[in-house]
Design a protein around this ligand. Sequence first.
Ligand SMILES: NC(=O)c1ccc[n+]([C@@H]2O[C@H](COP(=O)([O-])OP(=O)(O)OC[C@H]3O[C@@H](n4cnc5c(N)ncnc54)[C@H](O)[C@@H]3O)[C@@H](O)[C@H]2O)c1
Length: 282
Amino acid sequence: MQRQSSKLFTKVLIVGGGLMGAGIAQVIAESGVQVVLVDQSEAQLERAKQQIEKMYNRRHPEIDVQSVIKNITFTTNMEAGKKCLLAIEAVPEKMEIKKEVFRSLSELLPDNAIIASNTSSLSIAAMSSVTKKPENVVGMHFFSPVPIMKLLEIIKGINTSNETVEKVREFGELIGKEVIIAKDFPGFTVNRALVPMLNEAAFLVMEGNDPAEIDKGMMLGANHPIGPLKLIDSLGVDVLLFTAESLYEGFNDSKYRPCPLLKRMVEAGHLGKKTGKGFYNY
Ligand SMILES: NC(=O)c1ccc[n+]([C@@H]2O[C@H](COP(=O)([O-])OP(=O)(O)OC[C@H]3O[C@@H](n4cnc5c(N)ncnc54)[C@H](O)[C@@H]3O)[C@@H](O)[C@H]2O)c1
């Protein structure tokens, strides 16, 4: 299932081989572009390879997954990607870790390289500030699972040049994504609209409403394909709380106040599907 190769970037460096990094590596490798996938852990690189094999085989059982795997170099050594003109960072959502990676990438890569972050909530401007070329820093926010979700949200930071945005937009389309452009404010576009709605659904439960009734209401009354509480359970209650907190703190506005029930659920270990219990039991 090879899509048109990119003439823009022939080799892309991805830093962080977790859930997102492996998914991003897969879609880029599927389009025939070489990928260097870097993680600090050998064991994680092995898991990344298994994730890609499983995901690809499920969607394309008739094609040998080696046609994709052969395009990916799995390594713990970032130097392997030193000639890349595009790097995408997918390390954990912590500003200190991101800045450290951005500093290293800025030293390692050619001056005209673009450095992108897959952050869901952190400031692109802050990451750009530690690099030599802040105009070449941009957000490329993929959605999970990356090979299935169509959207790529590109985030233009205060320092990001139009040329950088246009290059990553073109690349995003070449690897088969639908692209939207968002400004660099907490939650960007999708989470800014989605998270307050999910948070409000949690308030409805806290007030004594039944999760199944709320979900049915939103599916049949607002035409949503999945109810908000089912969606929270599948995203992770902890993930929603974290994003709700970053909106609340980022805007300093009480309208984003995270629902206290979410906090209690996280404290109790009710994180949704991944722990077997959230708003529903699994
Ligand atoms: N999980 C999602 O649904 C989702 C969706 C969109 C965006 N994101 C964002 O994507 C990023 C990654 O999320 P994830 O869910 O893949 O996390 P993850 O924890 O699954 O993966 C992070 C990986 O980074 C590696 N790592 C840590 N420090 C490193 C370093 N200095 N160099 C190289 N590798 C390093 C870890 O070993 C780990 O494998 C985060 O910024 C997150 O907010 C996540």
